[in-house]
Design a protein around this ligand. Sequence first.
Ligand SMILES: [Cu+2]
Length: 442
Amino acid sequence: MLVNRLGRARKRVSIGLAVTALLGTAVAAAGPAGATQNAAKDAPAAAAPACSADYRIEQTVDGGTTWRMCWHYNTNAGLVLDNISYQPKNEPKPIPVLTSARLGQVHVPYDDGENEYHDLTGATFGTDLVPLKPSECPGGTIKTVKVGSSSPIPGGKVKGLCTTTRARGHAYRMTPDLYSNPGKVYQAQGKDLLVYTVNQASWYEYITEWRFSSDGVISSNVGATGSLAPEDYNGTDGRGWPIGKGARDYAESHSHNVSWRLNFGLDGSPKAKVEQYDSKVTPPTGNGNPKTKTTRTPVTKELIGDVKGMRWWRVVSATGKNADGHKRSYEIVPGHTVKHPGRNFSNHDVYFTEYKKCEKYTSDNLSENCGPKSVDKWVNGQTLKHPITWVNIGFHHIARDEDQQPMPVHWQGFSLAPRDVTAMNPLTPADLADQNGHTGVR
Ligand SMILES: [Cu+2]
């Protein structure tokens, strides 16, 4: 990630100046209404997104599920999705899920300690949105993003936001009676709405992908591709891997610690509750079987959380219940991750902080007069009334011969799984709609 190409080095400086000029205000938003939009995204989500057609995404996917959202673009954070709502086929109106969802930081520390980058706030990630070819957005639409004068694309308008759909295989499958009627099968193939951009940070290209499934799951993954930084082939100190012939060029090892900032707005209210679940397994005694006891801990104050054993968290709606009378929630499901103990903001899986407008970036926070610069230091015992969720997913990149050239995409990310948002599987076929709860032996 070293930057010594003259143009890029200059660019880094010019961005630094631009950021300085903007300190204390909203970071440069290239969305429909700039600061107004920034303020609006923290308000409770409306049932229908309040944005113009150019900034609206609405897609009904197979199974009758409709996802709606607005988007805008920020020259640091990149793509920002606002007012995301989910409407399965049997729901009378959209269910607001997230008021705002975006990256929080891409932190790249090198193993030799010489460099440590914060790609959103300290590199070209946001300004260097790349134009997409139609073939990179199969079956979809590429929207124009007004990045502005900091874009390397003349005019600053980049055809860089793809929205499309993609098959994901089975949504469900059920054979009610394999023995007497093996031909009777309920099955459906799932379709997802995909929303993605590609941002260049020096030699790397990051694909930021959001996936909205017909069953209510939201996933975000960042795919790192592009090139290994040509300057970083001096890892002969035991902190690199030989790339190229023999043992001459050693690509320096490093980490990509990607984090996300999620501002939930379940059922249109920011006042969600956070819960942590832990399960204790007791090994069997004698000829018995293992037993597991699960306990719920309300997270009432700001928290730094680590996955341990069977632990998980959910964000619970303060107001909404499904048709079964259960509180709606979304569960946080981290993907594969490696924590980076080099900094406290990269050494944990989740951070729940009380909403504060100026707390924008996981590390290297750009706001002036906002106290410490990283998320870990914002966790200081405040009561959670309007929780902000930060998810950190790390990857230690020890390069390999296959990383050139270009580098195959490496994905890292997480999902948000609906838990009791609807009373049944939102894709339940009409035949099975009465099978809710203990319906007896089939
Ligand atoms: Cu890498």
